[in-house]
Write a protein that binds this ligand. Structure first.
Ligand code: GLA
Length: 700
């Protein structure tokens, strides 16, 4: 809801209030919902702004940096107009949140330069999220250069905040990282051309309230937190200004991607709001709110070494175990038997596919499974027919040896001809195979950023605009196909990608113990229906660790369940266990994929609980971080239950149950020994000790 009082605008969601003073561009309040009636006169002098530019006595990091034709940088934006849209306007060329949400547009103009700055705020009441974006319009007769345009600026009073980011690298994505900076500047960014394994764009600022910031963008991003000399903390989020320099011709506009902002009393509440927002206003199309299939993927089962008989045999076994989708991973095209060739040649390897992809897809479908296929559409191998025919399709700088990464180059998606090629290539693979699912991979960072006719400072962003154009066209043609994003695991896990891909492969590290922190970190911003999570073979291929099959399953149920191993190599006992796991998962899939998930952290324990929307049932995975006679007991406090209700609690696979109120389960540290839990953990010898707790409401 947006309410106006003079030039003061109140943006209310059911649980939060943001108050903006339009004429002075100040944030008067952002926090828990306030009752009507305040005039905000007392807080006005704090001078907390929602945009900034050089040219005043504010020397804190700017949200807007424009270089004018005469070489000057100073801007003086004065308020000119406010407008409220009943429907959210689209952002040109960029993915963005969608759905019901009133939008406030504030316009500021620099009269001397004839340039306008638009700040847009959309209020999503159902999730307490506010989407913010910024646009610069050059109404003068001369070009100007956009050197920085942040999507959102939020100033907070005080400097004692804790900053939380989600950091890692390949195989170790999104580990929660906390720090305080006192006075100074903190930067969280990516310069890799993708949102990155290293630094996800999601950032938390924790004080009395917890604030979350994220970006609907998949390229270079930058989040700055500056605690300044005046005792204010400024948060900026937007496109990285690293190697960014955008010429804005007279009469044109530049639109920054959308940022999303949320305020909540604590991390759990913030995650719940972000989850609701992503599920409702980011994920779209056929797979929104739709249960996702249980898949088998052949990658860790075969790597590049397979033929049609092998794939058919794997599919037959997978179908017998209850899987619904078989995904043929890398290696089915060109002469790709390792990672040195054929990217860009999406022609069937007749030998490995037994007469073509369509024929192999039919053989998979004959087993009663849907067929899915892997592609890496943004890439090109130098050893490919595509490269031999169109070397200039590759992203490289003339006269300079390109940097090779995983033996491959990238395609220059800033070029429309290359975009057309990718759309054709992907469309053709889907059409000829009848694929119901595509794993869209992206396995290197950008280095030799150059395209004919594209200014260097515009390259990164023009690449992203090109990619988004491609994705829009492909999705329009194949609205029923389920796309899973991937970038060497979770190197591009962001809201921009989730506008196109309802789920993303969370990490190439499939070790259940490692996955606990990766999935927990990811869950701060993203719901479990977006996180691909697979049970893989033992010992684990990335770490060499062994974990019991039940523990691998318990952890994978925290995301969208799949299996990534050779089912033909399983023992009869393992097959029996997996068949039973899949049956359980299907029975509880709605809850596991679309219930509310909370992180569980206890003495010596970590895991999650996923609670049905009506709180009538829940599934929790509790993992002991270490397990020895001298360790403190594994204790955990459950979350999200109905405090007044009585729940029956049972360890999966065991018969006995006990009952307790939701209040007790959430307030006391429940120690395992619960009945059966320690016994179950002992039985899980050799690796991660894990139990799954099943909760059923027996009395409201
Ligand atoms: C990346 C992905 C893997 C797999 C391989 C195939 O590493 O993250 O899941 O698809 O590529 O080459």
């Amino acid at each position: 809801m947006i309410k106006k009082n003079g030039t003061v605008y109140r943006l209310n969601t059911p649980n939060t209030t943001l108050v903006l003073q339009a004429d002075t561009a100040q944030i008067l309040y952002y926090g828990a919902r306030l009752p009507a009636g305040d005039s905000f006169a007392a807080v006005a002098p704090l001078g907390r702004c929602f945009f900034s530019a050089p040219g005043t006595d504010d020397y804190t990091e700017y949200s807007v940096l424009l270089e004018y034709a005469d070489g000057s940088f100073a801007s003086r934006f004065a308020f000119t107009r406010a407008k409220v849209y009943a429907e959210k306007p689209e952002l040109p060329d960029l993915p963005a949140s969608y759905g019901e949400g009133k939008t406030l547009e504030l316009r500021y103009t620099d009269a001397a330069e004839k340039v306008s700055l638009y700040i847009l705020c959309t209020v999503f009441e159902d999730s307490d999220v506010i989407a913010v974006s910024a646009r610069v319009a050059n109404n003068s007769r001369k070009p100007l250069r956009v050197r920085r345009l942040m999507s959102a600026q939020f100033d907070f009073a005080g400097t004692g905040y804790e900053i939380v980011t989600f950091n890692g690298t390949w195989g170790r994505e999104r580990h929660k990282t906390e720090r305080r900076i006192g006075r100074g500047i903190f930067v969280n960014d990516s310069k890799r051309g993708a949102s990155s394994h290293e630094r996800n764009p999601f950032l938390l600022l924790k004080g009395t309230e917890t604030y979350g910031f994220n970006l609907v963008y998949s390229g270079n991003h930058k989040e700055i937190v500056e605690c300044n000399e005046a005792g204010r903390t400024r948060v900026l989020a937007g496109i990285n200004d690293f190697m960014f320099d955008w010429t804005l011709p007279a009469g044109e506009s530049f639109c920054a991607p959308e940022a999303v902002v949320c305020c909540a009393p604590d991390e759990d509440a913030l995650s719940a709001r972000m989850h609701a927002f992503v599920a409702e206003h980011i994920v779209r199309g056929k797979w929104k709110r739709r249960e996702r299939p249980v898949l088998f993927n052949n990658w860790e089962g075969t790597y590049f070494d397979f033929d049609a008989e092998k794939i058919e045999a794997m599919a037959r076994e997978a179908a017998a175990l209850g899987a619904e989708l078989f995904v043929l991973d890398d290696g089915w095209f060109g002469h790709r038997n390792d990672d040195t060739s054929s990217l860009g040649d999406w022609a069937d390897n007749e030998e490995k596919t037994g007469g073509g992809l369509a024929a192999l897809a039919e053989r998979v479908r004959a087993q009663g499974l849907a067929f899915g296929v892997w592609m890496e559409p943004e890439m090109i191998s130098e050893d490919s027919d595509l490269y031999r025919a169109h070397p200039n399709f590759a992203m490289k700088i003339p006269g300079r040896e390109p940097f090779r990464w995983r033996n491959q180059l990238m395609l220059n998606l800033a070029d429309e001809r290359v975009q057309n090629f990718v759309v054709r290539a992907v469309s053709d693979v889907i059409s000829r195979s009848g694929a119901a699912y595509v794993k869209w991979d992206y396995n290197r960072g950008m280095t030799d950023c150059w395209g004919k006719g594209v200014a260097g400072g515009e390259y990164f962003h023009r690449y992203m605009l090109g990619l988004y154009r491609v994705l829009r066209r492909v999705q329009k043609r194949f609205p029923a196909v389920l796309f899973e994003g991937c970038a060497s695991g979770g190197g591009r896990f962001d809201l921009g990608m989730l506008c196109f891909f309802p789920q993303i492969w969370t990490s190439d590290d499939t070790d259940a113990r490692e996955r606990i922190a990766i999935q927990a970190g990811t869950s701060y911003a993203y719901p479990q229906s977006t996180m691909g999570a697979h049970v893989s073979a033992c010992p684990n291929h990335q770490t060499g660790n062994g974990n019991p099959l039940s523990a691998r399953f318990n952890v994978a149920c925290g995301g969208v369940l799949g299996y990534e191993l050779d089912p033909c190599a399983l023992s009869a006992a393992e097959k029996g266990e997996i068949a039973e796991q899949i049956a359980f998962y299907k029975e509880n899939r709605k809850l596991l994929q679309f219930g509310q998930q909370y992180r569980l952290e206890g003495e010596n324990a970590a895991g999650y609980i996923t609670v049905a929307k009506d709180r009538s049932a829940a599934v929790a995975a509790v993992n002991a971080l270490s397990f020895s006679p001298a360790e403190p007991p594994v204790t955990v406090r459950l979350k999200g239950l109905d405090p007044a209700a009585v729940y029956e609690v049972r360890v999966r696979g065991k018969e006995t149950a006990f009952t307790a109120t939701g209040a007790l389960l959430m307030s006391a540290e429940i120690a395992l020994p619960l009945p059966d839990a320690v016994q179950a953990m002992r039985e899980n010898s050799g690796g991660l000790r894990s139990v799954m707790l099943l909760l059923k409401r027996v009395r409201a």
